[in-house]
Design a protein around this ligand. Structure first.
Ligand SMILES: [Zn+2]
Length: 77
């Protein structure tokens, strides 16, 4: 995967997942896919609170997609 794409992190489906920015900007109710292959409705991306962003864990599968060679930086499970 290219490391040059712009990603937005959203707390959906129980964890913060990374979505390509152009998908996150979708205005209509469409299925959008995180880089770990989790699929959610685009409306869910914008309905979550800042508290959810803080309290939900980072998706380890998204993290591994971005930093596969750097396990020391991985968040706690
Ligand atoms: Zn994910």
């Amino acid at each position: 995967m290219s490391r040059n794409i712009c990603l937005h992190w959203y707390p959906v489906a129980g964890a913060r997942h990374a979505f390509p920015a152009e998908l996150a900007d979708t205005e209509h109710d469409e299925k959008v896919q995180a880089i770990c292959d989790e699929v959610v409705s685009s409306t869910e991306l914008h309905e979550r609170s800042e508290l959810a962003w803080i309290t939900e864990p980072t998706c380890i599968r998204c993290w591994d997609q971005l930093f596969p060679d750097d396990p020391a930086l991985a968040p706690a499970h």
